[in-house]
Design a protein around this ligand. Structure first.
Ligand code: IYT
Ligand code: CU
Ligand code: CU
Length: 360
């Protein structure tokens, strides 16, 4: 079953990449006229803005709590700038969707069972991006969220000259009742993009921790990093992610004032059990060389066992994603800011470089 698909995939990639000028943004595994149509309109500044439908190829989920992935290969001869994401989904069908930028896709199939919680099932699974490849989240949708337009003039650079060679769409189908009658699904996102070079480039910094949460306890999972690159970072959106024990996730910019006292400026704070998509930051003021970024998850466990960081529902995660742009420079080389987490790492440890820590 997988074998013929792989051949078809490889064939169309070569074909479509070669005729990229007519194809637009990408080529994909399954050849489907609709998938390769490109719509165009004109943005206010006269720059050509194009639209690429990145949708599930008419799938029929048959197991509840399924995470399904589908890839597109970005034409490697062209640089594209993604400037907006228009969801094509409703909460009746899709629980949530994530769009990943990858160096390699997790498999060569047209669709596959992916996702952190998928491991429990006996079926073969693979992550959205290849296991040793570049991997970042570009967009997240949940609960009928409206379209996300990046700030004017800002785009994610993908394709030629970037680490993003593929994009992978992941859809979480929680309930499958509506598929019992044989109906199919094309949830996904319309990518708004341009080929006109943009100077403001978007990036995502992923903050999180390892560690564990003791039984029947409230625990703080904290991480922090100093910005050691001479860049001006304009934060504009954030996303939080935990599993079921998360009560609050917050992120801060930390800067020393002229008296050497650290001032903590809130970037975003929310209950991680609200829809896990990107929300506008509380404070748009830039992050500079020498500042710290810091994130904290407050976790509350009534379990009688230890909860570790890990990929399943029995485990936890503590993530704070910061989406930002830079102007006339490359996004941060620092893509991750992870700490060991509890019980070894806390902001208040003597060697973190942090003080004046906010109370909760
Ligand atoms: C251990 C952990 O915190 N995993 C997170 C963060 C993560 C994101 C990406 C780790 C890696 C990545 O390539 I992108 I390695 C995690 O799995 N977070 C989930 C996603 O499945 C991305 C989330 O919804 O934020
Ligand atoms: Cu979901
Ligand atoms: Cu998780």
């Amino acid at each position: 079953m997988a074998h013929p698909q792989r051949i078809v995939f490889a064939f169309y990639c070569i074909l479509l990449v070669n005729i990229a000028a007519v194809c637009g943004l990408t080529s994909r595994g399954n050849f489907d006229d609709y998938q390769n149509e490109v719509y165009s309109d004109y943005a206010m500044d006269g720059n050509k803005k194009l639209r690429f439908p990145f949708l599930m190829p008419s799938v029929r989920p048959t197991t509840p709590e399924l995470y399904l992935c589908t890839p597109i290969k970005v034409d490697p001869t062209t640089t594209y700038y993604i400037v907006g994401f228009e969801p094509n989904a409703t909460m009746n069908t899709a629980h949530h969707m994530l769009l990943y930028g990858c160096g390699e896709p997790g498999t060569t199939k047209t669709t596959w069972n992916c996702g952190e919680m998928a491991k429990a099932s006996s079926e073969e699974t693979a992550s959205p991006c290849g296991s040793h490849s570049h991997s970042q989240i570009l967009y997240a949708w949940a609960r009928d969220a409206p379209k996300l337009e990046l700030p004017t003039g800002v785009g994610f650079k993908v394709g030629k000259g970037t680490q993003i060679k593929y994009m992978v769409l992941q859809v979480h189908y929680a309930h499958i009742d509506k598929f019992k009658d044989g109906s199919r699904d094309d949830s996904g996102v319309f990518l708004q993009y341009t080929e006109e070079p943009l100077t403001k480039l978007a990036g995502v910094l992923l903050m999180g921790t390892g560690g564990s949460i003791p039984p029947v306890a409230t625990e703080h999972m904290e991480s922090a990093c100093e910005i050691t690159e001479h860049k001006t970072i304009y934060p504009f959106a954030y996303r939080t992610h935990t599993h079921s024990l998360g009560k609050e996730v917050s992120g801060y910019r930390v800067r020393s004032n002229d008296r050497g006292i650290q001032e903590w400026t809130l970037l975003g704070k929310r209950d991680p059990l609200t829809p896990q998509m990107f929300y506008p930051v509380e404070n748009k003021s830039p992050i500079l060389f020498g500042d710290f970024v810091a994130a904290r998850c407050t976790m509350k466990s009534f379990r009688h066992r230890v909860t570790e960081i890990g990929g399943t529902n029995e485990d936890e995660m503590c993530n704070f994603y910061l989406m930002y742009y830079v102007d006339h420079e490359e996004p941060l080389d620092m893509k991750y800011c992870f700490s060991q987490g509890p019980p070894s790492y806390y902001w208040a440890n003597p060697d973190t470089g942090l003080h004046n820590i906010p109370h909760i």
